[in-house]
Design a protein around this ligand. Structure first.
Ligand code: 13P
Ligand code: SF4
Length: 330
C-alpha cells in the first residue's frame, strides 16, 4: 500500500505541511533506492499507512525473505530487523532507531541460555522470535505467537523442551499441548504482563456481546485462563498473534471486539473493519519501543542510509537454521 501526496494545501497547519512533505520525500527516496518499508502492527498509523507491508513478526519475516528490493527499512523493533538481516544477508536492512529494543528479548542473555542448556543436556530449545540473533543461534527452533503450538507439537513427545523467553506464551503452549516435559523461561514483556483479568471482567461486563482477542504474551492468560474462559463463551475468546487478530476480526460475524494487546493494532483493525467496534482492554497498553519509530526517523533512515542492522555470518548461519526449521513446520 503506497501513499503519495501531490498537493500541499496553502492553508494547512505547519505540522500538517511538514508531514505531507516528509511523506512525499519518503515516497520519492524509497523508489529511487528500491527500498521496501515493512511495518509491525504496533507502529503508529502514519507509518503503517506508508508501509508496503504491515504484519506480525512471522508475516514480516516472510515478506523480508521474499522481497526483491535492495533495501529493507524495518519499522519495528531491533530483533525483527535482525531477523530480516539473518534471512536476507545480501540486502541492506535499516532500522530508523537503533534504540528500539524489546523488554522480552532482553529477558534472556546468551550466558544464561548456555547455562540452562547445560542443566538439561539433550533438550530441544524453542525460542520465541522476540530474541536476539545470538539466542536464536543457540536454539533448535524459532517460533512466533502464530505458530508456537504447531512447533512444539512437531517435536517428539519424549523430548525435553526448553521454551524461552516468554513465560505466558510458554505456559499457554504447555497447557494446550498437555506436555509435562516443557521447561519455561521466566521472561515477560512489560506491556503485556500488565494486563490483569480484572480489566477483562470490566470490559466484558460493559460489552457482553463482544469477542475477546488476547495475545498469548498477556499476563492475564495463563494463571487466569480458566477464569477468563468462564467469563466468555468458547467462541467468544480467541488467543492469537497480532495478524491472527486481524484475520479473526475480518472473518468473525461479531460487531464488537475487546482487544488485549498493544494499542497500535487498533488502527489496522478499524481500517480493515470500518463497520465494527474495537475496544482496547487498557488505553495505556503502549510499547514505547515500537513508538520510537517516527516519520522523521523513517525519512532520515532512507535519506541518510541509517542505521544498518547486521548479524555476523557465523551467528546468522546458526540462527537461520532455527528460523528455517520453524518455516518448514508452518
Ligand atoms: P506478533 O508476532 O504477534 O506480532 O507479536 C510481536 C510482539 O512483539 C508482540 O508484543
Ligand atoms: Fe517487545 Fe513487548 Fe514491545 Fe512486543 S510489546 S516489542 S514484546 S516490549
Amino acid at each position: 500500500m503506497t501513499t503519495a501526496v501531490n498537493n500541499i494545501h496553502p492553508h494547512k497547519s505547519e505540522n500538517c505541511k511538514r508531514t505531507e512533505k516528509l511523506i512525499q520525500e519518503i515516497t520519492q527516496i524509497r523508489k529511487k533506492r528500491n527500498a521496501v518499508i515493512l511495518a509491525h502492527n504496533y507502529q503508529i498509523p502514519v507509518i503503517q499507512d506508508l508501509a508496503d507491508f504491515v504484519g506480525d513478526s512471522l508475516g514480516l519475516s516472510r515478506q523480508a525473505a521474499a522481497t526483491k528490493s535492495d533495501v529493507i527499512v524495518f519499522c519495528g523493533v531491533h530483533f525483527m530487523a535482525e531477523t530480516a538481516a539473518i534471512l536476507c544477508p545480501e540486502k541492506r536492512v535499516l532500522i530508523p532507531d537503533l534504540e528500539a529494543g524489546c523488554s522480552l528479548a532482553a529477558s534472556i542473555t546468551l550466558d544464561r541460555l548456555v547455562k540452562w542448556k547445560a542443566e538439561h543436556p539433550g533438550a530441544v530449545v524453542v525460542s520465541y522470535v522476540n530474541t536476539t540473533a545470538a539466542i536464536k543461534a543457540e536454539s533448535d527452533y524459532c517460533c512466533t505467537s502464530g505458530n508456537a503450538l504447531q512447533i512444539v507439537k512437531s517435536i517428539d513427545a519424549d523430548k525435553e523442551i526448553l521454551f524461552l523467553p516468554d513465560v505466558f506464551l510458554g505456559s499457554w503452549v504447555k497447557r494446550m499441548t498437555g506436555r509435562e516435559n516443557i521447561h519455561i523461561w521466566m521472561g515477560e514483556c512489560h506491556v503485556h504482563t500488565a494486563i490483569h483479568p480484572r480489566s477483562i471482567d470490566e470490559k466484558m461486563r460493559e460489552h457482553p456481546q463482544a469477542e475477546l482477542l488476547i495475545h498469548p504474551e498477556c499476563g492475564c492468560l495463563t494463571p487466569y485462563l480458566d477464569r477468563v474462559a468462564r467469563l466468555v463463551k468458547g467462541d467468544q475468546l480467541k488467543v492469537a498473534s497480532t495478524e491472527g487478530m486481524i484475520v479473526r476480526a475480518c472473518q468473525s460475524p461479531a460487531k464488537q471486539f475487546v482487544v488485549a494487546t498493544e494499542v497500535g493494532i487498533l488502527h489496522r483493525l478499524q481500517k480493515e473493519n470500518p463497520d465494527k467496534e474495537f475496544i482496547p482492554i487498557q488505553d495505556e497498553m503502549s510499547c514505547q519501543f515500537m513508538k520510537m519509530i517516527t516519520l522523521e526517523k523513517l525519512h532520515a533512515a532512507l535519506a541518510n542510509d541509517q542505521y544498518q542492522v547486521t548479524v555476523p555470518e557465523e551467528v546468522a548461519a546458526k540462527a537461520r537454521l532455527s528460523i528455517e526449521r520453524m518455516v518448514a513446520v508452518g
